[in-house]
Ligand binder design. Sequence first.
Ligand code: SF4
Length: 369
Amino acid sequence: MGKHIYIHIPFCERKCAYCDFYSIEDHHLLEQYFDALRKEIAGVTIVPDVNPDTRDTVYFGGGTPTVPDANLLCDILLLVRKRFCINKDAEITIECNPNSVNYSKFLKYREAGFNRVSIGVQSLHDKTLKILGRLHDRERALESIEEAKMAGFENISCDLMIGVPSQTKDDILEDAKILIDRGVCHISMYSLMIEEGTPFYDRYRNIEDFVDPDLERDMYHSLRDFLSANGLEPYEISNCGKMSEHNMSYWKGMEYYAFGAGASGYLNGIRFSHPRSVKDYVKDPFHVDEEEKVGISGKMNEYMMLMLRTSDGPSKEEFQKRFNKSMDDVFANEIKRLCDQELIVVDDKGIRLTHKGLDLANQAFEEFV
Ligand code: SF4
């Protein structure tokens, strides 16, 4: 039985000007936060028999999970492993930023059982890192990769951001080459999104004035092609290389536990979210402020929309197995419309986004909302 567990650590050293994730710079409730996490994990009702046929996965995301003391985090992992009887071969990921880690922290994480690390490199060009307001520079990013390797991590993922003002296509391809040469086996590529309410919204509200949309798309496809040609096969819109089994469980519509302020989970057919407030979470770690029962038609729509993100796409056989219905019958109109717009291709196995569909993915997903 695959258990998938997400734990949110909403603390960062400094809030990045473009970031819309739930994370805070104020750490005065950090100790209480970990007490609340322990309480929630110890008290959660275990759901039997979730997700047959998959490996267990645990994912510490944020925020920056490596900001708190490493012992605090490793204790939480220990508790999770005991409470959920996590398999020895589970994929256990920790997200980090180059500035909040060092060799001895990596060593502690590795010894505690983490076996995958996702590093927020974003760029290996100092001018781009400066614009993004990141705390690290190129040198520190590369050092952190070496430290992770020295500590025994083999499964290393790095994030790269594209479409940052003044960035060039060559910058991005050069970064990708260096990361692959350093042994990074997975790259997540994210387009800079300008979110309302962030300082970047005031600065770059009309991002097209700063980054040519055609150049941004060219960067995306060139990076994707480069990664594919160099052994990091794209398996999802933004992800290439050795698959993240945890993230794949989301796209396959599997159920997962979620702990911590701002964390969203899916259990017993119910999607739920914890409030985005550390203050509220420490008062009551079991409180959820959003709950939605997903009915059968919601499940079918979610399956189509989430799997469309992946390179394999929604599978006709899997759809039939899960819902005892034919995908072609249930979604005949949607599939026809997407085909007419050349956003998907259809074959015996299922449907997949085209090159154009990758650029207009949100438009394609709309069909299944
Ligand atoms: S480090 Fe990551 S989570 Fe923290 S503020 Fe920056 S982008 Fe957001």
